[in-house]
Design a protein. Sequence first.
Length: 267
Amino acid sequence: MSAPRSLKARLTATAPSGTPLFGVFCSTPAPLTVELIAAAGYDFVVIDLEHTLLDGLTLNAMLLAARASGIAALVRTAAAHQIVQVLDAGAQGIVIPRVKSAHEARAAIAAAHHAPLGQRGLNATAASRFGRDDLANALAQAAADTLLVAMIEDGEGLAALDEIAALEGIDVLLAGAADLSQAFGVPWQTGHAVVRDAVACVSVAARRHGKTFCALPRNHEEIADMYRAGARLAILGDDRGIARRALAAQLQTCSQLQTCSLNENAP
């Protein structure tokens, strides 16, 4: 089973085209969900450990499902110690939530990358087919493929934004609008001017430092902002929310058709 071409390789090899690579958060603890996301045509999936109680066996199975389905898999970690574990299990990259400082970003880089950039321990993992592949080549491949996404989600992160963005090893900047709204005292008002300004700051910092900006649009206005900002990655929500809305829309459509049918047949 060959791994899909890495997300980092796709970003490196292609010039900005105006159309981002699209992904979705996966919070449902099931390999089948990863397969469904791949079948729907998404470019990548972000398996979420921050807001879920996902065990190691299930995570391994979900990463295998991604590999088999040809979709790139990132993992949003809940704690720093998980970085090595999920990369060794086969994740192509890490989404680091709530990055507040360059110090925290450096710690994540050290955990995610082998020397000389980091201090990740050496091991014969699934990525090297458990030592079957040349280990020196496996290290070079890991350096080329490992993608680190720093989420900026509060005022501290914004204050340190340029320091974080300047670091070698941070590849992508992502503004967490929901937590930014909470940090600014307007919880869940992701369209509030202060939140949109913060998201724009993250986008500008990414461009200034030659990093990729990842958008997280929630409505038509934010999708328009995403295209104006030239985002090369976009996360289009969470699988649970997408499923709920699709189920509700299906139910509403059937209910409306029933009402129309009854009205047509009324005497």
